[in-house]
Design a protein around this ligand. Structure first.
Ligand SMILES: Nc1nc2c(ncn2[C@@H]2O[C@H](COP(=O)(O)OP(=O)(O)OP(=O)(O)O)[C@@H](O)[C@H]2O)c(=O)[nH]1
Ligand SMILES: [Mg+2]
Length: 464
């Protein structure tokens, strides 16, 4: 275990609350706490049993003025979050108690922890690997049940286990190749077919993990969903109906929405970042024009477009123009205002857009009156992004760093296969295999560069 200086931070959010927790970690954590914390039992901090909360008085170092009464726990390394000795002070919440205590700790020799520094120490000390550290931050920021559940599974080591299994296969493969090279008389060389089979197996395992990326990413980040269409078709009414709020202004004046309006919603455990946009048309009004440009930018970035059409008006050339712009995206077409449209017209609309039954949803979203079609739309979204149930053992890679490490490994493996098929002898594969092993190690953090580690911890907050 490496020895680091003593860091401390308030680990709970700023504001009024019942308690605040100050976290301190490092070789001097106990000695630093001892200068300001006095257990009511009469013992010293260094004499406390590990992992037990003890009621203590917190006093200033000069003058011994009481700052607070707090529960103090010493968690001696290596059985702590960071792997080194951690002291946590549970003091009263609010703006002042924790602030005054942490000032005393600075005075006693600790320094302010940087963002993510506690978790970084946990990583350096082998308490968690790199995907585990990423899972910690994903758990903190999770905005859906599915995101939370996938992050918790990664934190428990399920993803690393999967990666390590592939990595071990590659290591055994490499060991075999080098054994043949070292003892050619005792160990048989693998045939070309055997080599291809082994490489294929690795490729298949990697592909399976890569196949889960889009799902994992949606679990983590949610679905960026943009509501688009002509003015006055009912886009803002749709945002309000989906979010069960009156978030967006709805009027019968075309061009009501100018700036984008955003709302987070949850559909069956998946988060959607819903973005309502300005109705797209030619406009002389410069404010509206900016709104239309923003709408187009959002459509470009969207994971899903909800394209709203006014079924009571029918398909206009402008609708077709907008549809042309979005049709390569994941699109669900909403045929709205079905309460005031003729049913024959509605089917004609679907035909005109070349839609099959699965790609449109009928809705009616009048301001006063019954809303229809929302649960059908929700079911369609779930089906589109989460078809098939997620079992409790399924775990998915969820960020670009993880994906890129796998792509790198896969690319080298695919090249290896190609070389073998072109007659490359087994012993020449060793170097490439080492690279596959390294790329997989990069994913979990076993063989990773400092720069990448810095990037991972950049996203953390102070106190974690
Ligand atoms: N009868 C009926 N009226 C609707 C329906 N959906 C929306 N409306 C009405 O249509 C008008 C326009 O609705 P909005 O939701 O503001 O339309 P929008 O697409 O956001 O319009 P812009 O922001 O101007 O682009 C309002 O008067 C709504 O109450 C519907 O299904 N049936
Ligand atoms: Mg609107």
């Amino acid at each position: 275990m490496k020895e680091f200086d003593t860091i401390c931070a308030i680990a709970t959010p700023v504001g009024v609350g019942g308690i605040a927790i100050i976290r301190m970690s490092g070789s001097g954590a106990e000695a630093t706490a001892e200068k300001i914390a006095f257990p009511k039992s009469g013992k010293k901090i260094t004499e406390l049993e590990s992992h037990k909360l003890t009621l203590s008085e917190i006093k200033t170092q000069d003058g011994g003025e009481i700052l607070d009464e707090a529960l103090v726990a010493v968690m001696r390394g290596p059985n702590s979050y960071t792997g080194e000795t951690v002291v946590e002070i549970n003091c009263h919440g609010g703006y002042l108690a924790a602030e005054s205590i942490i000032e005393e700790l600075f005075f006693a020799g600790a320094r302010q922890a940087e963002a993510g520094e506690f978790t970084r120490r946990a990583f350096v000390n082998g308490k968690l690997d790199l995907v585990g550290a990423e899972a910690v931050i994903d758990l903190i920021h999770a905005n859906s049940e599915m995101g939370q559940s996938n992050a918790a599974k990664i934190l428990s080591g399920k993803l690393s286990k999967k990666v390590n299994k592939i990595r071990e296969k590659a290591i055994l493969f490499a060991a075999n190749i080098s054994a043949v090279a070292d003892y050619p008389d005792e160990i048989d060389e693998m045939s070309q077919n055997e080599l291809v089979d082994k490489i294929d197996e690795i490729c298949k395992d990697i592909d399976e993990m890569l196949g889960g990326f889009s799902r994992g990413k949606i679990m983590r980040d949610g679905i960026l969903t943009v509501i688009a269409g002509r003015p006055n078709v009912g886009k803002s009414s749709l945002l309000n109906a989906l979010s069960r709020t009156e978030r967006a202004i709805v009027t019968d004046i075309p061009g009501t929405t100018r700036d984008t309006v955003e709302e987070y919603i949850n559909i069956n455990g998946i988060a959607l970042r819903l973005v309502d946009t300005a109705g797209i048309r030619e406009s002389e009004n410069s404010v509206e024009q900016i709104g239309i440009e923003k709408a187009k930018e959002n459509i470009k970035k969207a994971d899903l477009c909800l394209f709203v059409v006014d079924a009571s008006v029918g398909i206009t050339p402008r609708d077709l123009e907008i549809f042309e712009y979005i049709k390569d995206k994941n699109v669900i077409v909403i045929l709205n205002k079905t309460d005031i449209a003729k049913s024959a017209d509605i089917l004609a609309l679907a035909e005109k857009l070349g839609l099959d039954e699965g790609s449109f949803v009928l809705t009616s979203l009048p301001k006063a009156g019954e809303v229809h079609g929302i649960s059908e739309l929700e079911a369609r979204v779930t089906e589109m992004f989460m078809s098939g149930a997620v079992s409790k053992d399924d775990v998915f890679i969820s960020n670009d760093r993880q994906k890129n490490a796998l792509i790198k490994a896969k690319k080298i493996a695919a090249e290896m296969k190609n070389s073998v098929e072109n007659g490359m002898p087994a012993d020449m594969l060793y170097v490439d295999l080492e690279e596959v092993i390294a790329s997989l190690g990069e994913l979990t953090g076993q063989t990773v560069q400092d720069e990448i580690i810095d990037k991972v911890f950049e996203r953390f907050c102070v106190g974690k």
